[in-house]
Write a protein that binds this ligand. Structure first.
Ligand code: BGC
Length: 462
């Protein structure tokens, strides 16, 4: 873990001067291609500012092989290290060093701009404790294997001098800490595996270890996964989630300054902006949030932008630095297409008003697998709104969230009925239909029909 982290604006001038000196020194020692970003990266306030972002050639090739896919094949998407074998590479995917070599090539081709490399860290012991589709390879007690064979191995590669000019963005362990808040006893949504992972501390310790070790690499910018508004937006969940983030950011040698920020909506479908109402919109004398059993149902938020901005402020007021920033995954939250409302409903019944006016067309906010009707969201870009470092496509569009039937595999993927369109639900989606597309492959595998629908329903349109 590094002690002094320079992310504050006032120090940037000093840093740049320092970086220039380092660049000169290294230029004397090594042959440095003139076009790559000028100097080894020290952590910056917003890594996306003034940078281009790595395009994964393997995802791009799959996108390009689809009719119409070339319209988005050049968009940057996240590179997921979803098991130990992914570090060296598997038959379907190149390994981490091969990606970073390609990132260096893209950096040298983008003029003097820096290049961001987006890496998803996703392999905790007892992973995905409230679902089965991405259960993972490590059992609940295998924290040591996580540390030595996964995090240490990744950190060693990221620290290679050849990659020192890249701005590495790491997304830390999707869904893990929020699960310890909402899916544990005595809540009706509890699962035995989430109770186990809370009791044994291995999510908190795993995240702490990852923040600390990866944070030791000067070019790494850690963003912790913070769920999404349709999960953490209720008062009972929001503050407790920030608290557990603080706990993880002080576990295993980590400090809050190892954290550049948080990411909302990773691989989820929550709308960026509900255009036609807020939680406080009053219909027939009642604020929408106070209508029990309605779409909002006491949530403070109806969309990701307001949730992410408030999450940032709350985290800052607790243990995190004032200059933390947020990412929002907009890969699949566009909700364009014919079902998208074009104006607010005129209904005076609040429940009907919400259902007719909402951009998010899911059956229930708790649905998360291969959602029918979804579209690509905002294209990735830096500094889109106050407090938001970037809109990103961390989940590569076209990669499945889980299989709609059981498929034997050696990737640690189970079968979750939330991916089965005939499933009638559980307490976590209030016993609604799953809303999943049929005939889906294992999580992470290419799902052409979904890719085509995401393009058709893109908003903004392609
Ligand atoms: C899967 C991973 C995959 C990732 C990105 C996750 O749900 O478990 O295997 O790499 O999605 O598509």
């Amino acid at each position: 873990m590094r002690s002094a982290i320079a992310r504050g604006a006032p120090r940037k001038g000093v840093l740049r001067a320092l970086a220039a000196t380092v660049a000169l020194a290294s230029a004397a020692l090594f042959i440095v291609p003139s076009a790559v970003s000028a100097a080894p990266v020290r952590r910056v306030d917003n890594p996306y500012a003034g940078a281009t972002v790595y395009v994964n050639p393997d995802w791009a090739a799959r996108a390009r092989s689809e009719p119409g896919g070339s319209r988005i094949a050049n968009q940057p998407t996240g590179v997921w290290m979803d098991r130990i074998a992914a570090i060296a590479g598997t038959s379907g995917a190149r390994g981490l060093a091969a990606h970073l070599d390609e990132a260096v090539r893209q950096d040298s081709a983008n003029g003097s701009q820096a290049l961001v490399f987006q890496l998803v860290i996703y392999n905790l012991p007892g992973r995905d404790c409230a679902a089965l589709a991405s259960n993972g390879e490590l059992g609940p007690t295998e924290l040591d294997r996580y540390k030595t064979q996964y995090i240490d191995a990744i950190a060693a590669i990221l620290a290679r001098p050849a990659y020192a000019n890249l701005r590495i963005v790491t997304v830390i362990e999707i869904d893990s800490l929020p699960n310890l808040v909402t899916n544990v006893a005595p809540r009706p949504t509890a699962t035995p595996q989430c109770d186990t992972m809370k009791a044994n501390g291995n999510y908190v310790n795993g995240v702490g270890y990852a923040l600390n070790k990866l944070g030791d690499v000067a070019s790494v910018h850690n963003y912790i996964d913070a769920g999404h508004h349709g999960w953490i937006g209720w008062d009972d969940n929001f503050g407790a989630t920030v608290q557990i983030m603080c706990q993880a950011a002080t576990a295993q040698g980590a400090t809050p300054s190892d954290v550049t920020g948080f990411i909302a909506n990773t691989a989820n479908y929550s709308a960026l902006r509900e255009q036609f109402f807020t939680a406080n919109t009053v219909i027939s004398g009642r604020p929408l949030r106070e209508v029990s059993g309605g779409w909002v149902d006491w949530n403070r938020y109806v969309d990701e932008l307001t949730f992410a901005q408030d999450f940032r402020s709350r985290a800052d007021s607790q243990c995190f630095d004032a200059n933390i920033g947020m990412l929002i995954d907009t890969s699949r939250n566009g909700w364009g297409g014919s079902a998208r409302p074009t104006s607010a409903s005129t209904s005076t019944d609040p429940i009907t008003f919400m259902n007719q006016s909402r951009i998010d067309r899911r059956i229930h906010l708790g649905n998360w697998c291969n959602q029918s009707g979804a579209g690509l969201g905002e294209r990735p870009r830096a500094n889109p709104a106050a407090g938001i470092d970037a809109y990103v496509w961390m989940k590569p569009p076209g990669e499945s969230d889980g299989s709609s039937t059981a498929i034997p595999n050696n990737e640690g993927k189970g079968f979750d009925r939330m991916c089965d369109p005939t499933y009638t639900g559980n307490p976590r989606n209030n016993n609604n239909m799953s809303g999943a597309l049929p005939n889906s492959p294992l999580s992470g595998h290419w799902f052409s029909a979904q890719f085509q629908e995401l393009m058709r329903n893109a908003f903004p349109r392609l």
